[in-house]
Design a protein around this ligand. Structure first.
Ligand SMILES: *Cc1c(COP(=O)(O)O)cnc(C)c1O
Length: 493
């Protein structure tokens, strides 16, 4: 490609140096022979500081990020992360605290954790919260392990199945099977709800529980949610709420009151702690009093004598994470909740739902809705444009990159053919939404008139369309001058 920039390895030359090590300020000792490196660094690049900084700064500009534009990635809730939260997380008392320094000198950090437990419990209608899990998926795993422990504790040993709707996020069935339970799929009906007849047919004395996202991954509120919870409880099962879509109902509905027994919060989605790129997350969990004894520890409680302390619930399933979860994320989430207050949290969901419906209504004449209903915080459309030949949702997504937008989630949920799952979030204003809508409408026109533009896209990004199958099957994981030159000659990334 003509915008090719040399890699660090190509800039390297022997003897260049870019580090200033401080003077030794501890006694020198000899390292044992077996800890000494025996061979050289095998071609490790040698560079100056400016070369290294410019390399990484340059490639960082190839990234799409929420600080540079809207990322309407459905289900992921990529909302803007306020900079105030970053400032709070960097206060030395938080950032430099050591997890082993002891409760007495950690009272501020423990108070913050205690208050966050209380706030999350209050917002969701649950009695107890643990901040341990590091991701939504780990929160799910925590919940299903707690369900299993709960049933076994009561001597109820035959409950081996978890019901999961066909629209569910992939982590739900993965969680159930990782916990050693059998996944039983439940169908969705034509309105995008759980099919009640199918649910009744799947419930049995083997049902350990059901995992449900509400609003579901079609962006629709489960209209029978109270009845679903009642039926599962009647069969002796427990209700797990996948709280990744909590963004839609903050301050409006409380999952604990709808009938859920356990839920994870994606602090890195709903509560605006940064995510993407596999960074630290937080999948805190909340539950009813009946399940609280099984929560992972340590949790934080108030001491009778004043102040706060860590404790482990009596029948705890054990730790899910070293120390106290991803503490920096907890500081950000606390700051977010305190900044907005109760009325602000409700406004978040009202605006998230309004924005999604605005996009839905402005696009559904060209991109048919998966289910013709008012949506919650996200809308699922289909990339099936009338009059367009040979155009797939992937082509539309790639063309959006040329218009300067990160594509929405595509091909999920799996039950919708050519799915385009758009979640604008509440942090986007009308001007941005209108620009996104205009781009989507222009692409629909191109799909009919100049489809080659879509097939060739992206043309304005740092790399052209990648061969995803080849990247997965034949990955080149080490720097290799010849292999990269060959790829470039072929027009690859
Ligand atoms: C993101 C998401 C998850 C998993 O959360 P992670 O933090 O990515 O592990 C589960 N369910 C739904 C619906 C999600 O959107």
């Amino acid at each position: 490609m003509d915008n090719y920039e040399p890699h660090l390895y190509e800039l390297s030359s022997p003897g260049k140096y870019g580090a200033n090590l401080p003077r030794l300020d501890v006694p020198a000792t000899d390292l044992p022979e077996n800890l000494l490196r025996q061979d050289d660094l095998n071609g490790f690049p040698e560079l100056t500081e400016p070369e290294v900084i410019r390399h990484y700064t340059r490639i960082s500009r190839n990234n799409a990020s929420i600080d540079t534009g809207m990322i309407a990635l459905g289900s992921c809730t990529m909302k803007y992360n306020g900079k105030l939260h970053e400032e709070a997380a960097r206060y030395a008392g938080f950032a430099a605290a050591h997890p082993l320094q002891g409760d007495e000198v950690s009272q501020g950090a423990l108070q913050l954790m205690y208050e966050l437990q209380q706030y999350l419990g209050e917002i969701s209608g649950f009695d107890a919260v643990s901040l341990q899990p590091a991701a939504g998926a780990q929160g799910e795993f925590t919940g299903i392990l707690a369900f299993r422990a709960y049933h076994l504790d009561r001597g109820d040993t035959e409950r081996s199945e978890v019901l999961v709707p066909d629209a569910a996020h992939g982590t739900n069935p993965a969680t159930a099977s990782m916990a050693g339970l059998k996944v039983v799929e439940v169908k969705s009906d034509a309105r995008g709800n759980v099919d009640m007849a199918d649910l009744r047919a799947r419930l049995s004395p083997r049902t350990a529980g059901m995992m449900l996202t509400n609003p579901n991954t079609l962006g629709l509120f489960e209209e029978q949610i109270v009845e679903i919870c009642r039926l599962v409880h009647e069969a002796g099962g427990l209700m797990y709420g996948d709280g990744a879509n909590f963004n839609a109902i903050l301050g409006i509905a409380r999952p604990g009151e709808l009938g859920f027994d356990f839920m994870h919060y994606n602090l890195h989605k709903t509560f605006t702690t940064p995510h993407g790129g596999g960074g630290p997350g937080s999948g805190a969990v909340g539950c009813t009093a009946a399940l609280a004894p099984f929560l992972p520890g340590p949790r934080v409680r108030q001491r009778a004598t004043g102040g706060y302390e860590l404790f482990t619930p009596e029948k705890s399933i054990g730790r899910m994470k070293v120390f106290h979860g991803n503490f920096g994320m907890l500081v950000r989430a606390w700051t977010y909740i305190r900044t907005l207050g109760a009325a602000g949290l409700r406004a978040v969901s009202e605006h998230a739902v309004l924005n999604a419906n605005y996009v839905r209504v402005k696009l559904n004449d060209l991109y048919p809705q998966a289910v013709d209903r008012i949506c919650m915080h996200e809308t699922v459309l289909k990339g099936q444009i009338a009059g367009a030949q040979g155009i797939r949702t992937l082509d539309i997504a790639k063309r959006l990159i040329d218009y300067g937008f990160h594509p929405p989630t595509v091909y999920f949920p799996l039950i919708v053919p050519e799915a385009l799952m758009i979640e604008p979030t509440e942090t986007e204003g009308k001007r941005t939404l209108d620009a996104f809508i205009a781009a989507m409408r222009a692409i629909a026109r191109e799909a009919v008139e100049t489809p080659e533009l879509l097939h060739e896209a992206p043309t304005k990004a740092p790399t052209r369309r990648l061969d995803e199958v080849r990247a997965a099957r034949q990955p080149i994981l080490r720097y290799d001058v010849d292999a990269f030159a060959k790829l470039r000659a072929e027009g690859g990334g």
